[in-house]
Unconditional design. Sequence first.
Length: 289
Amino acid sequence: MTRSPGVELPRMLVEQAVRAALAEDLGLAGDITTDPIVPADARGVAALVARKPGVIAGLDLAEAAFRTLDPEVQFTRVIDDGGKVEGGGTIAKIKGRTRALLTGERTALNFFGRLSGIATLTSAYVEAVKGTKTRIACTRKTTPGLRAFEKFAVRCGGGVNHRFGLYDAVLVKDNHIAAAGGLEAALKLLRLRAGHMVRVEVEVEVDTLQQLEEALQFPIDAVLLDNMDVATLKKAVALVNGKVLTEASGGVTLETVGEIAATGVDLISVGALTHSARNLDSSLEWVAR
């Protein structure tokens, strides 16, 4: 499978997602437009082309859409995941059975456009904080069933991944604290749950400097500084003074992310990377043989 910086998509996840998408599109009758028109042995050549500039992600899924329908398809990458493409640029060339190219086109473009849109938006955020120590992170605000792929796209765009789910990291939010009867009680219960071989990384959400001061009294690893204005964030970073990781979150935009990064926070998490990214406009163009 293709590698982008520091991450690889598991083949099984790719194949499962693509087969489900193709099954949704083909239904019980198959492609009732292509099959009557195109002979079964016809072969074609096409190019995956970007109509707008952007950062590439999702080529494994695009390739699998065609290869599932024609195992002998040739999918040659001109630009790899994580690379940049100009408007009108060719990303990949595909040769194979014409039926496979036409039937798999929309599934391939749906995955590719969605993930490349996320990578492109992430890259814009990363560029906006260039020159600071701050890293741009995604959230769990992802499309159900596509989280692994959307988080992969964030990495292709130069961002980093926050937790993948409720199972791989602890984030104690205000409602957890309220339900437990206080932060101390919540943290005590968490420690009781973990086995002796489990190293529990704990992040605590705070909304005020007072809550931050309380959280820093306990052995935690990170603080989520939620919906704080820039002036308060500066005070929060000074108060933490490197004791734990600092993460800013809440209503972050491309217009504000640079100013937030300048406060010295270690991470800025942006839900918009995955819930509001615009698809990268792309198409499958037929090539004369």
